[in-house]
Design a binder for this molecule. Structure first.
Ligand SMILES: [Cu+2]
Length: 330
């Protein structure tokens, strides 16, 4: 009888282990470093960017805590520069996994996403300031293995917002290091990307329905400047520092986001009426040079925006016929 109990317990234990092993998965992620011209405003101005996969920011990587990220960075031989990747969600060897990859070479490594949260990733090749300023950054979201809870409610919509400093003189890394020559602020790769109020060329605004919980996953990808993240005409219902459900603050007007920090912030608009917010970097030089995002909370909100794969909307703007040399006047 006792033997049978022990045997039963062992079978049960093996079953639990198997269940856990099945839960955690390997997620294959491949990125290609691309040195290409991209459109950086709503009127089609182009900029000689360095990118992951041809866009600023790079794609959203989303895994669940405990997953193994099996990552490949391809640096095509047509590129002129070495590139690398630095995932803030990875605990590895800076000189091995994060080492620069020469044109024509590929880097392959794995890491376990052990901690939940939202994390920046970026190129760390020298001069790092230039590689980040030219567009090599993005977000990795590591969803907690426990899923949603009362302390971390499931949002009705989610949006990724990644802010970066825009330096029109792309080759002048010395100016970047002195924090000179920055003439604009990019949100998801464009000046005033989601701000039809200040930029008549803006085609997109973010949306939700009144009363919905909207969660922004925000990354400060500026190379030098902190961000004062504030929702005009609203209040952050919750701030999850680093996107971790255990790091929660309530009822915050402005949250300071350090360079390279990522944070998840929730806003819940009033029910029963249409409202709108302007999500800004309250640092005036940043807001008025591009860091304003309009969120419209109305009953006719597009049901698909801010859901599933549509959490990083991109305005699809065609390049202007003439290059304006990167100069921008909103
Ligand atoms: Cu790079």
């Amino acid at each position: 009888m006792f033997k049978q109990l022990i045997a039963g317990a062992m079978v049960l234990g093996a079953g639990l282990l198997t269940a856990q092993a099945v839960q955690a998965k390997t997620v294959h992620v491949t990125m290609v470093a691309k040195e290409v011209d991209v459109v950086i405003d709503n009127k089609g101005t182009t900029y000689p960017a360095w990118t992951f996969d041809g866009t600023i920011p790079g794609k959203v990587v989303r895994v669940t805590q405990g997953d193994v990220v099996d990552f490949k960075l391809i640096n095509p031989k047509t590129n002129k520069n070495s590139h690398s990747i630095d995932f803030h969600a990875a605990e590895v060897h800076v000189l091995e996994e994060f080492a620069p990859v020469k044109p024509g070479e590929t880097k392959h490594f794995k890491f376990e996403a052990r901690r939940p949260g939202v994390w920046m990733y970026h190129c760390g090749a020298s001069v790092m300031a230039q590689h980040i300023a030219r567009g090599m950054y993005g977000i990795i979201i590591v969803d907690p293995k426990e899923g949603y809870s009362e302390a971390f409610p499931k949002p009705d919509r989610e949006y990724v917002l990644i802010q970066g400093q825009y330096f029109p003189d792309a080759d002048n890394y010395k100016a970047m290091l002195r924090n000179e020559g920055s003439e604009g602020t990019l949100i998801n790769g464009k000046l005033f990307h989601y701000d039809p109020v200040h930029d008549p060329n803006a085609a997109l605004a973010l949306v939700s329905k009144p009363g919905e919980r909207v969660r922004f996953h925000f990354v400060n990808a500026n190379i030098n400047n902190p961000v004062a993240l504030h929702p005009i005409a609203g209040i952050w219902d919750r701030v999850y520092i680093n996107g971790n459900p255990r790091n929660v603050l309530y009822d915050i007007a402005t949250y300071g986001v350090a360079v390279s920090e990522a944070v998840s912030v929730d806003i819940v608009s009033p029910k029963g009426r249409t409202t709108a917010n302007a999500i800004v970097d309250h640092t005036m030089s940043a807001a008025l040079s591009g860091a304003i995002t309009v969120l419209i909370n109305s009953p006719d909100a597009d049901p698909n925006m801010g859901k599933g794969d549509n959490i990083l909307p991109r305005a699809d703007i065609k390049p202007a016929a003439k290059k304006s040399g990167g100069h921008h006047t909103p």
